[in-house]
Structures are given as C-alpha cells and as structure tokens.
Design a protein around this ligand. Structure first.
Ligand SMILES: [Zn+2]
Length: 156
C-alpha cells in the first residue's frame, strides 16, 4: 500500500513539474488567481480535489520557474470577480453559485457562458492590464517582477 502511494506521489510530482515547466516556457505572461487554498480546504466538498491536485505546489513551482526563466507572473486578487463578470460586456452578476457551470448574461444577452473559460479570460485580461498599464490588482502582485527585462516568447 505504501509503495503504491509513493508511486502515485512520484507520478503527480513528475506531472506537475512537466506542466509548470511547459507553461512557463511557452508563455511570457502567466496570470493566476490568488486563491486562498487554506480556506478552500475548509470546504469539505472541495478539499479532496484541491489537495489531490496539489494546487499549492503548482503555484509554488510556477512562481520560482517564472523567476528562473524571466517570465512575468501576475497574481490577481481573489476578490476580483473573475467568475461573476461577463467577459463580453463587463456586467457583474450578484451571485453565481458554484454548481452553476454556465450562465447567460442578462446585460448583453450572451448565452451559455462557461464559468471557467470566462474566469480565465477575465484573469488574463486583468493580468495584461497589470503588465501594460502597471495597474495594481494586488499590492505585491509578483516577486518575479523584480526579475527585470522580459524575454520574448520562444518560437515553438
Ligand atoms: Zn455580458
């Protein structure tokens, strides 16, 4: 049993390293939502999948690898309404229950907005705003900001 657990752990670590290295190598900017993993672990419905996916370790690796490769890592404040904001018109929903995976915007009429894709687009837009305008979404948006000149995205 212990050997099986060790094997699973190794496979997970290997996967995380490959994934974070690829993300950092292929992108000059990475924007992430600064989720409070510790608080989310208190939610029993989410706890298992969050700790299985090793989110904390994933963010840690992204951070130091962005430093290594001179990439920009922007953390978007967790209070930024990434899920509730329509990425087409900017309308912000009052409430968006976790189990609602897609929704229709009452303002611009866009139908079937995918919760995660919408959030991803909003987080990227906020990350680009930080990069281009130096807007602050959070006081210490990135440690890797100090890394200096940004490298061009490598041709793949
Ligand atoms: Zn809309």
């Amino acid at each position: 049993m212990a050997r099986i657990h060790a094997k699973i752990k190794d496979a997970r670590t290997d996967f995380l390293h490959k994934l974070t290295t690829r993300l950092v190598q292929e992108n000059s900017l990475i924007a992430i939502e600064d989720l409070t993993i510790r608080n989310m672990l208190k939610n029993h419905k989410l706890a298992r999948s969050i700790s299985d996916a090793s989110w904390g370790e994933f963010f840690r690796q992204l951070e130091y690898k962005c430093d290594w490769y001179g990439r920009k890592l922007v953390k978007i404040d967790r209070f930024f309404p990434s899920s509730k904001r329509c990425n087409h018109c900017g309308f912000v929903m009052d409430k968006l229950p976790l189990n609602l995976r897609s929704w229709d915007c009452p303002s611009c009429g866009t139908k079937g907005i995918d919760r995660d894709i919408n959030a991803g687009k909003n987080i990227l837009a906020a990350g680009l705003a930080v990069l281009v305008c130096g807007a602050t979404v959070r006081p210490d948006e990135s440690k890797s900001r100090k890394a200096g000149a940004m490298k061009q995205k490598p041709k793949s």
